[in-house]
Ligand binder design. Sequence first.
Ligand SMILES: Cc1cc2nc3c(=O)[nH]c(=O)nc-3n(C[C@H](O)[C@H](O)[C@H](O)COP(=O)(O)O)c2cc1C
Length: 208
Amino acid sequence: MNYLEALSRRYSVKKFNNQLIPQETLNNILESGKLSASSLGLQPYKIVIVGSEEMKQKLIPAFYNPSQISTCSHLIVIISKKTIEEHYIRGYFNHISEVRDTPLEELDPFKKSISQHITQKTPEEIFNWAEKQSYIVLANLMYAAAIENIDSCPMEGFRQDVIEEILNINSETEKVTVTLALGYRSEEDNFQHMKKVRKPNEKLFKFI
Ligand SMILES: Cc1cc2nc3c(=O)[nH]c(=O)nc-3n(C[C@H](O)[C@H](O)[C@H](O)COP(=O)(O)O)c2cc1C
């Protein structure tokens, strides 16, 4: 399937058919999340994959519309960091040094400039910045799923406090930003037959 066909076929599924995604396909989709670009490469998020029926059942009350979560194969939960601590930056540079076999001293100027950049931001700015990075992951996961012929529904319609309690999130340092249900569309989901509603090109694009 070419990418425009995949993106046209994709829609936000309201009801899945309970079929499970093969592990290898799921791994490929997750790899696209891992390969996402992030500002400064800091990946200020983590990705929780809910596959167990027990956990999905527990999470149903957290969603305003339970039909996706009760019928999907997997629910992906993207959690943003609210703070970027000095030790997190240190860990990032140790990792670069290890993966690229580069002495830490060589990376020091880059590390200093990142630390400086981060410490200049207010906590609110850090969180807004971190949250934006999560949406790049979301878009890549949705795109990869579409190419793999897997259906999805991005969802922000959940109760923050409930989902965070169930997933044992420390709300001082982390926040559930957005979720993505993955699976296969149900034949009963009428939304699959509806035309896409998008702004006309002249309202969306401006060529200068
Ligand atoms: C960040 C984000 C959050 C969304 N949250 C929900 C949601 O909570 N529930 C839902 O049914 N759809 C949700 N949607 C789906 C949108 O309503 C949908 O993408 C939009 O209407 C366009 O339709 P389409 O995705 O079917 O092409 C969300 C989409 C995005 C990108």
